[in-house]
Design a protein around this ligand. Structure first.
Ligand SMILES: Nc1nc2c(ncn2[C@@H]2O[C@H](COP(=O)(O)OP(=O)(O)O)[C@@H](O)[C@H]2O)c(=O)[nH]1
Ligand SMILES: [Mg+2]
Length: 224
């Protein structure tokens, strides 16, 4: 059994949390939207990606992290975004919103199309630090997620799981799904062992994830 504190912000120092807050308190600018490999913005800043099934809460998480309500468009009709969206955070870190995958109404070729573009991107992007794979607490790891985990392992990209919509479950049920997810994640070679448990609605886990991301950003340039 994994102790719930493993999934909380309890282990972080005040300085780490403050570094996370500061990073996300800076500017956040839309850079580019790319639907093919030829229109990607140049590499430069360290980059992190968010990936997940359509409707997992990816746009909501990006908006909660950045504190900007409409930066990433949230939607009730999943599967509409077929592009990689790039955001620049304070000239210190680039966020990449990958297209959602696995929505129910899509043809079977959906995951293949997602895979082709994303695989190319993941394989060739030297500035990529880590992919955050979002899993809905109520669903746990599905077959499409499992495929993506294998793809990430094969691309030799470091990845970590973010549990979303934690507010939708009671503590006991949440711990159960987190335990099961952690067990699976820990069997993967390229996976970061910690789960990030979040609720974009309630703000749970957001400060901790910000702190973690600040650890991958370029240092803040002091203005004078
Ligand atoms: N209760 C709850 N609902 C959420 C949370 N995050 C997202 N949602 C809802 O889940 C649905 C899909 O969210 P969205 O961010 O658009 O998902 P995306 O398709 O992965 O970008 C929307 O109706 C959101 O309001 C959360 O933390 N808690
Ligand atoms: Mg979205």
């Amino acid at each position: 059994m994994v102790h719930p504190s493993q999934y909380s912000e309890g282990e972080l120092t005040a300085a780490e949390l403050e570094a996370g807050r500061l990073l996300f308190a800076g500017s956040c600018d839309f850079i580019a939207a790319a639907n093919n490999m030829h229109v990607l913005p140049p590499e430069g800043l360290p980059e992190i990606c968010f990936a997940g099934r359509s409707n997992v809460g990816k746009s909501s998480l990006i908006n909660a992290l950045t504190g900007r309500k409409a930066l990433a468009r949230t939607s009730q009709t999943p599967g509409r975004t077929r592009q990689l969206i790039f955001f620049d955070l304070a000239n210190r870190l680039q966020l990449v919103d990958l297209p959602g995958y696995g929505y129910a109404s899509a043809p079977k070729t959906d995951i293949k199309a997602w895979t082709t573009l994303t695989r190319k991107f993941l394989a060739g992007r030297a500035s990529l630090q880590r992919v955050f794979l979002l899993i809905d607490c109520r669903r746990g790891i599905g077959s499409a997620d499992a495929e993506i985990m294998n793809l990430l392992d094969a691309s030799a990209v470091s990845w970590a799981v973010v549990m979303t919509k934690a507010d939708k479950l009671k503590p006991g049920a949440l711990e159960k799904v987190c335990d099961a997810t952690a067990k699976t994640v820990n069997r993967h070679v390229a996976a970061f062992p910690q789960l990030f448990v979040t609720s974009s609605e309630k703000g749970e886990g957001i400060a901790g994830l910000r702190a973690h991301l600040a650890g991958m950003a370029l240092p803040k340039v002091e203005s004078r």
